[in-house]
Design a protein around this ligand. Structure first.
Ligand code: PA5
Length: 449
C-alpha cells in the first residue's frame, strides 16, 4: 500500500511537470507536437496535428519516405543503441518476417531495410556494402538505388560515424553522374542540432535533416524521428503508433493504481527486486516478432537504471524457442528472476493445424486437429504453472494483437515504467556515464586524445 501511495505521488508529479513544460512553451512551437507528445498531448492538439500533417515534422517525415518509395529498393539505417533498437523492433514486430526477401511487388514497393553502424564488425559491413552494390536486386534504376538513414543524436558515436564514412562514398560512387541530383535526397540524417553529423549533413547538401528533440535521450527516442523515419520508410502507420502512445499516457495519468498497467508493472517488479531478490528481469516474449522489442527494453532498462550499484539485469527470452535452452536454469537454477510474459492473443494469418498423416511414426495424429496457436497456449500455461510450482514469479502482459497502435502503447508503457522505477531507486534514469568509460579507452587505444 505504501508503495502504491508513493507511485501515485510520483505519477502526479510527472504529469504536472510535463503539463507545466508544455504550457510554458519552453518547447519551440514547430517542435511541440513531437516533443510534447512524450507525456502530454491533449486530444485537440492531436487533431490539429493530424490536420496540419504536411507542415509538421511528421508530415515532413512522410513526405521524404513516400517521396522515395518509387525510387529506391533498400534503406540502410545507421545507428546504435537507442538510435537503432526501436526501429528494428518496429520492423520485426510489424513487417513480414521475411520482408527483405520478398519481391518488390510483394513488399508493396516498400524498401528492404538493413541495419548497420551498430558495431564495427568488418565482415558484416563488407557484406552489406557488397549486397547493396548495383545489380544486386534487379534491372530498373529504382531497383538498384538505395537510401541511407543515419541516426546519431550526438553525431560523434564511433560505430555510426565509421559506418557512415564507408556507406556514404559507396552510395556516391554507385550514383555516379546522378550523385549531384540524388545524394542530398537519399541521405536522410536524424541528429541533434549543431553536432558533427548536422554539419556533415549541411556539407553533403541533405534536403531534410530530422532532429532528435532536446532532452530526449536515445533510448527514449523511439517515438521521435529516430523511430519514425525508419518506420515511415517501411510504410508503418506512424499516426497509429503515436496514438497508441497517447492512449497509454492517458491510461497512466487517469487509471487507478489497481488497474494502472504502468504502476502495477513497476510495483510488482520493484517489490520482487527489492524484497524477494529477483535481480534478473526476464522479458519472455511468446512470438518471434517481439524479440527485438525485448532487446529494445533490455537496453532501455539496463542503460537507464543500471547505475550506482543498483538496477536489475534485463534478459529477453523468445519462447517456446528458449524453453529448450535457458528454461532448465530458469526453472531450477538460482531463484533470482521474475518472468514478464508478453503474450499476443491473435495471429495475423490463418491458424495452422498440425494435420493428420498416414506416416504417424512421430505419433502426432492424436493432436492432428490442434493448431499452432493452441499448442502455444498450452506451452504458456504449462510454463507458468511449472514456474509457479517451483516458486518462480511471473506476470502476463497481454497484447490483443501486434500492430503499430499496440506497439505505441507498449513502448510508452515501458518508457514511463523505467523512469518511475529509476525514481524509486533514487537514481537518474537519463544519461549513461558508465558507457563513456569504454569510449574513452577505445579512443585512447586508437591514439586519440
Ligand atoms: O540510449 C542512449 O542514449 C544511447 O544508447 C545512445 O542512443 C547511443 O549511445 C547512440 O548515441 P548517438 O545517438 O548519440 O549516436
Amino acid at each position: 500500500d505504501s508503495l502504491g501511495d508513493e507511485l501515485a505521488a510520483l505519477r502526479t508529479e510527472m504529469v504536472e511537470t510535463d503539463r507545466k513544460q508544455y504550457d510554458s512553451g519552453d518547447v519551440p512551437a514547430e517542435k511541440q507536437p513531437l516533443d510534447a507528445r512524450f507525456f502530454w498531448l491533449p486530444e485537440e492538439q492531436l487533431e490539429a496535428y493530424q490536420k496540419d500533417r504536411e507542415a509538421s515534422e511528421l508530415g515532413r517525415i512522410f513526405k521524404v519516405a513516400n517521396g522515395l518509395h518509387d525510387s529506391i529498393d533498400a534503406v540502410t539505417v545507421l545507428g546504435i543503441g537507442g538510435s537503432y533498437m526501436g526501429a528494428r523492433a518496429m520492423m520485426e514486430a510489424c513487417c513480414d518476417p521475411y520482408h527483405n526477401e520478398l519481391t518488390r511487388a510483394a513488399r508493396g514497393s516498400k524498401p528492404r531495410m538493413y541495419f548497420e553502424g551498430n558495431n564495427v564488425d568488418n565482415d558484416a559491413v563488407d557484406s552489406l556494402l557488397r549486397r547493396l552494390r548495383s545489380g544486386g536486386y534487379g534491372d530498373s534504376v529504382a531497383e538498384k538505388r538505395s537510401a541511407l538513414v543515419v541516426i546519431s543524436k550526438s553525431g560523434g558515436t564511433m560505430e555510426t560515424a565509421a559506418a557512415f564514412r564507408l556507406f556514404l562514398p559507396a552510395l556516391e560512387s554507385e550514383l555516379g553522374e546522378q550523385a549531384k541530383d540524388w545524394l542530398g535526397k537519399l541521405v536522410v540524417p536524424v541528429t541533434g542540432e549543431g553536432g558533427k553529423l548536422f554539419n556533415l549533413a549541411q556539407e553533403i547538401g541533405c534536403e531534410e535533416v530530422f532532429s532528435v528533440p532536446d532532452g530526449v535521450g536515445g533510448r527514449f527516442s523511439v517515438l521521435s524521428p529516430v523511430g519514425l523515419v525508419p518506420a515511415a520508410f517501411l510504410g508503418l502507420d506512424c499516426m497509429k503508433l503515436l496514438e497508441g502512445a497517447v492512449a497509454m499516457n492517458e491510461h497512466f495519468k487517469t487509471a487507478d493504481y489497481a488497474d494502472n498497467v504502468v504502476l502495477q508493472y513497476v510495483a510488482v517488479n520493484h517489490l520482487l527486486a527489492q524484497h524477494r531478490g529477483k535481480s534478473i528481469r526476464v522479458m519472455s516474449v511468446w512470438t518471434k516478432a517481439l524479440e527485438s522489442l525485448g532487446l529494445w527494453y533490455d537496453q532501455l532498462l539496463a542503460e537507464s537504471n543500471g547505475k550506482d550499484g543498483k538496477g536489475v539485469t534485463p534478459l529477453t527470452t523468445v519462447n517456446t524457442r528458449d524453453l529448450h535452452s535457458r528454461h532448465q536454469q530458469h526453472q531450477q537454477g538460482a531463484n533470482d528472476k521474475v518472468f514478464n510474459n508478453v503474450i499476443v492473443q491473435s495471429v495475423r494469418t490463418d491458424a495452422l493445424a498440425v494435420g493428420h498423416s498416414e506416416r504417424n511414426q512421430d505419433g502426432m495424429n492424436d493432436i492432428a486437429e490442434k493448431t499452432l496457436p493452441e499448442i502455444m497456449s498450452a506451452a504458456i500455461k504449462g510454463t507458468n504453472d511449472a514456474l509457479h510450482a517451483d516458486g518462480r514469479p511471473t506476470t502476463d502482459i497481454i497484447l490483443p494483437k501486434i500492430d503499430t497502435h499496440v506497439l505505441g502503447q507498449l513502448f510508452q508503457m515501458l518508457m514511463i515504467a523505467t523512469v518511475i522505477e529509476g525514481r524509486l531507486l533514487g537514481i537518474n534514469p537519463y544519461g549513461q556515464p558508465g558507457v563513456e568509460q569504454y569510449k574513452k579507452n577505445m579512443n585512447k587505444n586508437l591514439g586519440r586524445a
